[in-house]
Design a protein. Structure first.
Length: 283
């Protein structure tokens, strides 16, 4: 079997058009949703991510504000900026790009963001609410993956979803969102013994382990849907995921490419959360 490609670029674009329409309704009523991005230091990858987030927010008609701070900024000063943004009525979403310099306590900074504006869904209150199904926002990458599954007609209810990776940003919330949609969920990670015995039973396999070509055709059940969250460089410097795309696509029913799979969905869901926050603030 040769697997169908799950086109995150196209699906992301479709959802961003829907977001743009709703932003347009708010603009007609004199309300402009605003996303503030805080960038500390000069990490090149962070700079690129932030630029893409800003560009995408402007494209759907939102206000974009960048707070750029040197890597030497004190924790106190950074917290001061967050406090200001919390009180700023023109800002509906606040995002502090991670990682932060070592002298700054990331947990303290995340906890300082008003949960109503925490569109990244990193604040412990929002993570807790999401897990008990009381959420205002859903974690961006897992929410994006749910949209990919839904929009490609993948049945989730009753299916066995196996997640490889247990990060706070992807693996853990991913399992919860699938559980809420009635999947049976198994978590695997770097210390799991006999990994293939779990992945070979997956109807839906989600891989977020951060290791190039960690999953190959031997790990896959014929007809599985495979979602690759990895973003790595291969030996030739080419972008690649955690899944050996060439061999796995022959066995899978559907698979996301890297790039062009999960990546475009993460920013899209960030915009969706910002829109949601603005609609709530202006209702
Ligand atoms: N660093 C890597 N991924 C992310 C993300 O999704 N949000 C933020 N704020 N920082 C990140």
């Amino acid at each position: 079997m040769s697997g169908k490609l799950i086109d995150g670029t196209a699906i992301g674009k479709e959802i961003r058009l829907e977001i743009k329409d709703r932003v347009s309704n708010l603009l007609d009523n004199g309300c402009k949703p605003g996303l503030a991005v805080v960038l500390v230091g000069d990490n090149q990858a962070s700079r690129t991510y932030v630029k893409n987030k800003q560009k995408s927010s402007v494209e759907v008609g939102m206000k974009s504000e960048l707070i750029e701070l040197p890597s030497t900024v004190s924790e106190e000063e950074l917290l001061g900026h967050i406090s200001k943004l919390n009180k700023d009525n023109s800002i509906n979403g606040i995002l502090v790009q991670l990682p932060l310099p070592k002298h700054i306590d990331e947990n303290k900074v995340i906890s300082a963001i008003d949960p109503e504006k925490d569109v990244d869904v990193f604040h412990p209150v929002n993570v807790g609410k999401m897990i008990i199904g009381q959420q205002a926002f859903l974690s961006c990458t897992p929410y994006g993956i749910i949209k990919l599954l839904e929009r490609t007609g993948t049945e989730i209810k009753g299916k066995h979803a196996v997640i490889v990776g247990r990060s706070n940003i992807v693996g853990k919330p991913m399992g919860q969102l699938l559980l809420q949609r009635d999947a049976t969920v198994t978590y695997c990670h770097s210390k799991t013994e006999n990994l293939a015995s779990y992945t070979q039973d997956a109807d839906i396999l989600i891989v977020a382990i951060g290791k190039t070509k960690f999953i190959d055709a031997e790990h896959i059940k014929e007809g599985a849907v495979v979602i690759d969250v990895g973003m790595n460089r291969d030996e030739n410097g080419k972008l690649c995921g955690d899944v050996d795309f060439t061999s796995v696509k022959e066995k899978a029913a559907a698979i996301t490419p890297v790039p062009g799979g999960v990546g475009p969905m993460t920013i899209t869901m960030l915009l969706k959360n910002t829109l949601h926050s603005a609609e709530k603030a202006y209702e």
